[in-house]
Design a protein. Structure first.
Length: 255
């Protein structure tokens, strides 16, 4: 090889660096980073929340998320395999002004085999929703998930949601009995914050869906990490990643 044509090659500058002394390379790079003013880029407010939806299998987690996302109910919902992540934007109030809140909802499969791997994705920078079907499982199932989260995480908000509240046996007395047991369960929790009662919903009639959505928005805007300032350069990078994940496989994950 007697001649190497690097015209149009994005690595051309690296070849230039290869001919320089080590200290010259460091000095040149420092000057370039300084001139690009990456560190001096203005900050922007970040309004985002992760909602982790957990619960046993076949209790209605995916259907509940579809309702929250205002997606028309499908006739047959396929059981979640592993974790599915859904993104959408809601309008929320932050310090007396409306802001777009970016929501990333993690739909965790309820089969016991996934419990070990679920721990990898759990974070304290999130809200947790425990979903259960009161006509298909006892309050002990809720107790198991409360203890699961209490042992793994600290300082998180947890909302407990009952589905199928349109059932004819879902009477005020029935709800009161479940709420009494639920309050007893929360007395011994050490690291997580829970609501004072169960939220009752129905995907069939949409009962309680709007109330649940508002509760989640209110809790989201109370989180100390919502509304934090991040680098504008990072925000631009994130937008590019979002665009890239529309065409690249495997998909990227939100944060």
């Amino acid at each position: 090889l007697t001649r190497l044509n690097v015209n149009g090659n994005p690595m051309r500058k690296m070849l230039y660096y290869a001919e320089m002394d080590e200290m010259d390379v460091v000095t040149t790079l420092r000057q370039e980073f300084s001139s690009n003013a990456v560190d001096a880029s203005p900050n922007v407010k970040s309004y985002r929340i992760s909602i982790m939806v957990v619960g046993d299998e076949n209790v209605g987690k995916t259907s509940l998320l579809n309702c929250l996302r205002r997606i028309e109910k499908k006739k047959d919902t396929i059981a979640t395999d592993g974790v599915q992540i859904h993104h959408w934007v809601e309008s929320a109030m932050y310090k007396n002004q409306k802001v777009p809140l970016a929501i990333g909802a993690w739909d965790f499969a309820g089969q016991d085999i996934y419990l070990i791997t679920h721990q990898i994705f759990l974070s304290s920078r999130a809200i947790y929703v425990i979903v259960f079907n009161p006509f298909d499982s006892s309050i002990s199932k809720v107790d198991r998930w409360l203890k699961y989260l209490d042992n793994l995480l600290k300082d998180i908000s947890v909302v407990v949601v009952a589905t199928h509240s349109d059932d004819k046996f879902c009477t005020p007395e029935f709800k009161a009995e479940f709420n009494t047991f639920y309050c007893r369960l929360t007395e011994n929790l050490r690291h997580i914050r829970t609501g004072s009662s169960i939220l009752w919903t129905s995907c069939k009639t949409q009962r309680g869906i709007d109330s649940l959505r508002q509760v989640l928005l209110d809790i989201s805007m109370d989180q100390k990490f919502v509304g934090q300032s991040i680098s504008a350069a990072f925000a631009r990078l994130e937008r590019q990643v979002h665009e890239a994940r529309k065409i690249h496989v495997p998909p990227t994950l939100g944060w």
